[in-house]
Design a protein around this ligand. Structure first.
Ligand code: KPL
Length: 303
């Protein structure tokens, strides 16, 4: 049975942007869930690659979802555990949850969170990886700055959502092997996001300056070495080609980590470079470039 409606969890740039695109183009009812009291309708304004204003209903009670509701978690990786706790400790009926976070092995992290919380009735988890560039430019205004590709874990739900996104004008496809996609994207985020946040530049600037390119290569080489030691067959040239493509598609975008740093919010650094540093430490591999950028980002978020 295909979903009859969509409940987006999270009202950051990605949550609002995706809600706006789906509500204006999919023909399926879309609501947005946030922890704030939100039983009101907000008019989301999209600019950039999309240009429209669309009313979207906010809900503050996830139990209003039915067995036909598809949940899409658009919260940041550091908010995923609290959201899973709030949502799944209530008797919600939605059978599937789409995970749209930046980071390495997010599905494992979600399962570990369910284990730790003792939650037994779990949804089908569907990984979604996107390189769309979304900039929040006002409380309910999102600039869709880049239409990078979106991969969805193939299966009934993932393939259905991929088709729906294509119908909405987004380059999306179901992918049989999400592992490689997730690793490639997490590596790209561990290079693009902290450097754009440290230098406070849009993604496109990273390819324009020699000093930036050099730091990108150092990070990339360390990431590849750690992942190879973990048993993943990654190649620096392939990973770099993916990064170049993402930067080209989102050149004008301010990365999500840059937006977090500028807004004084926490960042996803622990799920990206923090992951590489932890695994490198366990295996005795030095990763000075990751360590340096990690510390710079942490410093910029703690003042
Ligand atoms: O995923 C992104 C992010 O900012 O988190 C990219 C694709 C790099 C777009 O900025």
């Amino acid at each position: 049975m295909h979903p009859t409606d969509i409940l987006i969890i999270g009202t950051g740039s990605m949550g609002l942007g995706l809600a706006g695109i789906l509500a204006s183009h999919s023909g399926i009812p879309v609501r947005v869930y946030s922890r704030l009291p939100a039983d009101t309708t907000r008019t989301i304004v999209l600019t950039g690659r999309y240009s429209c204003s669309v009313p979207v209903r906010g809900v503050s009670d996830p139990t209003s979802s039915t067995s036909g509701t598809l949940l899409i978690a658009c919260v940041k990786a550091y908010d995923l555990a609290p959201v899973l706790k709030i949502v799944y400790q209530q008797a919600i009926q939605a059978p599937a949850l789409v995970l749209l976070q930046n980071g390495f092995f997010i599905k494992d992290f979600a399962q570990e969170t369910f284990d730790a919380l003792g939650i037994e009735k779990r949804p089908e988890l569907v990984r979604m990886i996107t390189s769309m560039g979304m900039n929040r430019t006002g409380p309910v205004t999102v600039e869709v700055a880049g239409l990078g590709e979106t991969a969805l874990e193939a299966g009934e739900t993932g393939s259905w959502l991929a088709e729906l996104l294509v119908h909405c004008g987004l380059p999306a496809y179901p992918a049989a092997t999400m592992g490689d996609k997730e690793i490639e994207k997490a590596v790209a985020n561990s290079v693009i996001n902290p450097l754009t946040a440290v230098y406070r530049v849009p993604n496109g600037a990273l390819l324009c300056e020699h000093a930036f390119r050099e730091r990108m290569h150092l990070l990339l080489q360390e990431d590849a070495l750690v992942l190879q030691h973990l048993g993943y067959q990654v190649e620096v040239t392939v990973l770099f080609e993916n990064i170049r493509k993402i930067i080209d598609n989102t050149a004008g975008n301010r990365s999500s980590m840059l937006q977090d740093v500028e807004a004084g919010r926490p960042t996803e650094i622990a799920f990206l470079n923090g992951f590489i540093i932890r695994k490198a430490g366990e295996m005795g591999i030095p990763v000075p470039a990751n360590q340096a950028v990690y510390e710079q980002v942490i410093r910029s978020t703690t003042g």
